[in-house]
Design a protein around this ligand. Structure first.
Ligand code: SAM
Ligand code: SF4
Length: 439
């Protein structure tokens, strides 16, 4: 029996794509190896969102330069789509290059490799075939990922995704619900719906349905306790999504809404299609919801032409919204993106300086935000146990990590269960507490 090894770089979309690729290979008779050394087929599912991510895969491939030993190497995902056949020249021991829009062709491409073809590629962005797999190898025992749409129709000036994942296409609702029902039947209680821009989801089969309507139907699947989704583009994030969350406790108290900047001038240069005020309007809807919905975001610092005044506006924006968490990045110039030709590119040191200031500012906000939760109680989904501290590791509906003690040992392992936890302490990135009772 042939063995494969797959390593994943990048976002949750990639993590889940790898689960589906692994499932496809297992259905073809392969078994999964624990390391590249034990495998006949070594796959890297790559990310090219920033230059650093892209360089990682090349250094991984160089490690095996002389030790290919009959092994076949494959590059999947965004770097594969972006670099295409050039990868074969740059790294001659690579035999397979395949972008995510061609994963439905993987069985056929692997069969070609098996029949002795040394260089095989799937690089078409014509997305006729959906990537529906007979089997998905799920690696997260607590949360099942479900793809609802792929690709992106926006054209943010800094972003490679439209050129590496192709245009937007929504998966039919019946196929999503079928997968979710099957997962719930198999015992999963938490589902995360995935797509580059889930808020523009539209079911094209009879009658159609938008994202908020889909959320309501998914939340109604019997057996589910939590439904999350990522990512929403603010421009397409409608009030009806907040109303759906309000009406359905199964929909988690958390929305990830990437802002990228707090300056309308920078947002326009980024081609984000909303202003600071329009973004803040959506925050208002979320803050007026019946439950306390946690809000996280992504910010890019040092976008070409970002002045000190723009940057300070972003810092004030963080204070105004008081995000519960934030992912921040230095702008990284990417191939095939329109920002490359903008003027005002900033030196790396200046981007680094702004990133540190932004992260310190956010850390102070999070310390204050989390401290407000001391004394409150909420439900945590238990994901693990920390031997060193003797604490269970849980995740709240708001996506906060809470480390907690549980006095009774009679309940056995708590992983996968839900526990009511009272918060007793708070840090910048997590909470600590004690269990009140099992749910
Ligand atoms: N589709 C999502 C959206 O529109 O918000 C996000 C996709 S991207 C995988 C995740 C984050 O990476 C973005 O929100 C952005 O903050 C960051 N990012 C994308 N391109 C970047 C670049 N060229 N330089 C720095 N950060 C970047
Ligand atoms: Fe990239 Fe913008 Fe599409 Fe998000 S919405 S994937 S940032 S182009």
């Amino acid at each position: 029996m042939k063995r494969f090894y797959i390593e994943t770089f990048g976002c949750q979309m990639n993590v889940h794509d790898s689960e589906r690729v692994a499932g496809t290979l297992i259905a073809m008779g392969y078994s999964q190896a624990a390391s590249a050394d034990d495998a006949d087929l070594v796959l890297y599912n790559t990310c090219s969102i920033r230059d650093k991510a892209e360089q990682k895969v090349y250094s991984r491939l160089q490690q095996y330069k002389r030790a290919a030993n009959g092994r076949v190497f494959g590059v999947l995902g965004c770097v594969a789509q972006q670099e295409g056949l050039r990868i074969f020249e740059r790294v001659p021991h690579v035999g397979l290059v395949c972008g995510s829009a061609s994963y439905h062709r993987l069985p056929e491409l692997i069969a070609e490799l098996e029949s002795g073809n040394r260089r095989v590629a799937g690089l078409s962005l014509e997305t006729g075939g959906a990537f529906e797999t007979v089997y998905t190898q799920r690696n997260n025992p607590y949360r099942a990922y479900v793809t609802i749409m792929e690709g992106c129709d926006k054209s943010c000036a800094y972003c490679v995704v439209p050129s590496t994942r192709g245009g937007e296409r929504s998966r039919p609702k019946h196929s999503i619900l079928e997968e979710v029902r099957k997962l719930a039947g198999d015992g999963w209680t938490e589902i995360q719906l995935l797509g580059q821009n889930v808020s523009s989801y539209r079911d094209s089969s009879n009658g159609g349905c938008n994202f908020a309507e889909l959320l309501v139907e998914v939340a109604a699947v019997r057996g589910l306790k939590r439904v999350r989704f990522t990512t929403s583009h603010p421009r397409d994030f409608g009030r009806e999504i907040v109303e759906a969350i309000d009406a359905n406790p199964v929909l988690c108290d958390h929305v990830h809404l990437p802002a990228q900047s707090g300056s309308t001038r920078v947002l326009a240069r980024m081609q984000r299609q909303y202003s600071r005020e329009e973004y803040l309007e959506r925050i208002e809807w979320l803050k007026r919801a019946r439950r306390d919905i946690a809000i996280s975001t992504d910010i890019i610092v040092g976008f070409p032409g970002e002045t000190e005044a723009d940057f300070e506006e972003t810092l004030r924006f963080l204070e105004e919204v008081r995000f519960d968490s934030l992912f921040s990045f230095k702008y990284s110039p990417r191939p095939n993106t329109s920002a490359l030709v903008l003027d005002g590119h900033l030196p790396e040191e200046e981007k680094g300086r702004r990133l540190t200031i932004l992260q310190n500012e956010q850390r102070a906000i999070q310390i204050r935000r989390n401290a407000e939760l001391i004394g409150s109680a909420g439900e945590a989904a238990v994901e693990g146990y920390n031997q060193a501290t003797g604490q269970w590791i849980g995740r709240t509906s708001q996506n906060r990590i809470v480390n907690f003690t549980h006095a009774s040992t009679a309940d056995g392992p708590l992983e996968g269960r839900y526990v009511q936890v009272r918060v007793t302490r708070a840090g910048a990135n997590s909470l600590a507490g004690e269990s009140v009772h099992l749910v």
